[in-house]
Design a protein around this ligand. Structure first.
Ligand code: AMP
Ligand code: ZN
Length: 431
């Protein structure tokens, strides 16, 4: 049941001792980099000053902008000879950041992914089809190595090419997949086109992640395919996937505290929030040599879930990510996260698999239009049915997000579909 029982079920006191030991080592290692050497000198910090985990708040958080400004080698804490791999973020919000790994880093990262997958029940006998982009993006190679270490047969299918994916699934009797949630919904329409029931495969579970998705969306994916979908969270700055992962209880994601020091801070004041309150996740690497990062502002919003998990793991759980602080839309003074819209849409019968939010400005007035794909059976020639559905969506959203969007119903599979992370918002407003 456990990949590394000792670590996964370590009592909290021992875990804190391990964390402090690793934190001190990390700070010593980070001081080899241009960026942290300068920062530590500026704030007058000596490695031996950090005597408790709480002492960490002497160090100001590191941001994506810091990584960009010191691109590419300013955070490097080993010689370049020690490096064996680089990866980068997907660059959806500006210039991509680069992360370098030593052989030891790759080994640790691989171990984390094996731990995640083993936790959900992946074993040697599984056939694992990885439908994520290989290359600079971490979702490809990260999972690939982890599954190989478990001993599963890995099919490095990569993203997209849906018909070939389905062919591979059938030919090699794939039992586990790794897929972006929005792509999982799109793929099911390709199954329909081929007149194959998506339930008619050997897949028993999927790892879904890399983009925010609601519980409703997970349920929709599970219903369509008849498998279990486990949420996988990570970011390239913290290796990539393998930071936090759901166990079979599906009640939040265990965040691997032997490898990452977790803080949840108020995104405005940067003050720590009590357990259970939602804020920005700030993470420190605890086992990285090539490029340690201290107090990294992920911009992801979540909270620590209270209580113990029945699975026996002691690493705390975070709630599924609500979105990034920079995903928040402000419309007529109301703050809205795309996931709130997604959640409502997925609750309404008749709503299809994709949607797009468009923001426009006319004079001083902002407008939101939501294009929503509708399930095929709704196009039965009766316009009344469509109009009823449209009204239901408008009313549902109005009560949830407090503004009244314009809703356009569109044909199934007619909105742009990305192979990578879905682009949910087009903002045409000029500042
Ligand atoms: P990248 O560094 O390009 O891999 O992007 C990492 C970002 O993707 C994270 O900071 C999150 O904003 C988002 N992300 C990754 N996994 C998840 C997940 N399971 N749920 C929600 N957002 C996710
Ligand atoms: Zn658990």
């Amino acid at each position: 049941m456990y990949w590394e029982k000792d670590v996964e079920t370590m009592n909290r006191e021992n875990l804190a001792v391990l964390q402090l030991e690793r934190l001190q080592k990390t700070i010593g290692q980070a001081a080899n980099s241009f960026y942290y050497d300068k920062l530590f000198k500026e704030i007058g910090l000596k490695t031996e000053d950090v005597r408790s985990l709480a002492g960490l708040d002497k160090i100001p958080p590191t941001t994506k902008e810091d990584l960009r400004e010191h691109w590419p080698y300013g955070f490097l804490a080993t010689s370049r000879d020690e490096l064996v791999r680089m990866h980068s973020s997907s660059g959806t919000t500006g210039r991509a950041t680069v992360i370098f790994h030593t052989a030891g880093d790759i080994n640790e990262w691989t171990n984390l992914l094996s731990r995640c997958m083993y936790m959900t029940g992946m074993r040697k006998s599984d056939v694992f089809q990885n439908m994520m982009t290989y290359g600079l993006f971490t979702g490809g190679l990260g999972f690939h190595y982890g599954a190989e270490r478990i001993g599963a047969l890995v099919i490095p299918a990569g993203a997209g090419n849906s018909k070939r994916q389905i062919q591979l699934l059938k030919d090699f009797e794939t039992t586990v997949i790794h897929i972006i949630p929005s792509y999982a919904l799109h793929l099911s329409t390709v199954f329909e086109e081929l007149q194959i029931d998506p339930k008619d495969t050997n897949i028993r579970m999927a790892y879904v992640g890399a983009e925010p998705h609601s519980e409703k969306m997970r349920q929709k994916i599970e219903d369509i395919y008849g498998f279990k979908a486990y949420n996988s969270y990570g970011l390239s700055e913290m290796n990539g996937p393998g930071v936090a992962f759901e166990c079979t209880c599906q009640n939040g994601l265990h965040i691997w505290e032997d490898n990452f020091l977790v803080e949840v801070l108020d995104p405005v004041t940067m003050k720590p929030l009590p357990d259970g309150e939602e804020g920005e996740l700030v993470l420190t690497t605890l086992a990285r040599e090539g490029m340690p990062i201290i107090r990294y502002r992920t911009k992801d919003l979540t909270r620590i879930l209270p209580g113990d998990c029945p699975c026996g793991r002691t690493h705390r759980r975070i709630e599924r990510i609500k979105g990034r602080t920079d995903d928040m839309l402000i419309l007529k003074g109301v703050n809205i996260f795309p996931i709130q819209i997604e959640k409502k849409l997925m609750e309404i019968p008749g709503v299809g698999k994709n949607f797009l939010i468009i923001l426009d400005r006319e004079g001083y007035n902002d407008h939101m239009t939501i294009k929503v794909e509708v399930e095929r059976q709704f196009f039965d020639g009766d316009l009344k049915h469509l109009e009823q559905l449209r009204r239901k969506i408008v009313e549902g959203l109005k009560s949830d997000i407090l503004i009244t969007p314009k809703v356009d119903l569109v044909d199934p599979d007619s909105l742009p579909q990305s192979e990578g992370k879905a682009k949910r918002v087009i903002d045409n407003r000029k500042d």
